[in-house]
Ligand binder design. Structure first.
Ligand code: HEC
Length: 235
């Protein structure tokens, strides 16, 4: 179902995530609600409280497609992987839904208290800012999970270049030094340096042949690294 949606979008030339453009609607409307609410409160102009309320209701309406496409993007572009920003975003989405409902309830009460309504508007803006921050983190930050195709490429490269000596991340030549949980996996840099010039823990030359860049490029090494850390170690 979700894949059909993205295939249709691809046919008309749209390959970006769908959620980010939608986020502008609730975000802008909530900022609008806060600004109109503040004007109404500070300058005692009740007509602006009505504008604020309308913005707030519109924000609730746009909350649904935005959250929905957030979910479908996550499934389609991030393989539904539970990373830290995704978890935070889920919690913040729940809090936002709650604030939207409370805000509307307070607005339609017989004699709404402008102070409590404003507090809700303010909190809602804070929460969307948090959602935006962690969304940015997902798209631009280091938290982007490795795509499945990348891992498959890494798996093939591993099988071709490392697998004979290191089946399943082990080490048939030296059982004491498996790939799995090796300290060289700490960062990609340490891993790369090791593969270009392998050695035993005491610094002497061991049995592992050096893997030159002509054989496995840095980019391919990165795929092997991702495959080991994600699929073998399940980090
Ligand atoms: C011909 C067999 C052989 C091949 C091929 C090989 N290795 Fe090794 N590897 C070893 C041996 C043996 C050691 C133990 C150190 C030594 O004797 O050099 C080792 C050690 C390692 C270690 C360090 C373990 C530790 O913590 O000390 C890592 C990481 C590693 N190999 C990764 C790889 C990767 C990645 C590839 C493929 C790009 C690869 N190896 C290809 C034999 C091999």
């Amino acid at each position: 179902m979700i894949e059909a949606l993205y295939q249709t979008l691809e046919k008309v030339g749209y390959t970006h995530p769908v959620h980010p453009p939608f986020t502008h609607m609730p975000t802008g409307l909530l900022v609008g609600a806060l600004i109109f609410g503040l004007i109404s409160f500070l300058f005692r102009r009740p007509v602006f409280a009505v504008s604020a309320r309308h913005c707030f209701v519109m924000a609730l309406i746009f909350f649904f497609p935005t959250a929905f496409f957030g979910y479908t993007d996550w499934v389609h572009h991030y393989d539904g992987i539970w990373t830290f920003p995704v978890k935070i975003k889920l919690v913040l989405t729940g809090i936002l839904a709650l604030l939207l409902v409370i805000g509307i309830y307070l607005n339609y009460k017989r004699s709404p208290s402008m102070k409590s309504v404003l507090t809700i508007y303010f909190l809602a803006v804070l929460v969307v800012a948090g959602l935006g921050y962690y969304g940015g983190n997902l798209v631009f930050g280091s938290e982007k999970p490795v795509a499945t195709e990348e891992l498959n490429a890494g798996e093939k490269l591993y099988a071709a270049n490392c697998g004979t000596c290191h089946p399943q991340g082990g080490n048939i030549l030296n059982h004491a030094l498996p790939v799995k949980n090796s300290t060289y996996l700490k960062t990609f840099k340490t891993f790369l340096v090791f593969n270009r010039k392998p050695q035993r823990p005491d610094g002497t030359k061991g049995l592992m042949p050096a893997i030159p860049p002509e054989k496995v490029s840095d980019a391919e090494m990165k795929q092997i690294y991702n495959y080991i850390t994600h699929s073998i170690e399940g980090r």
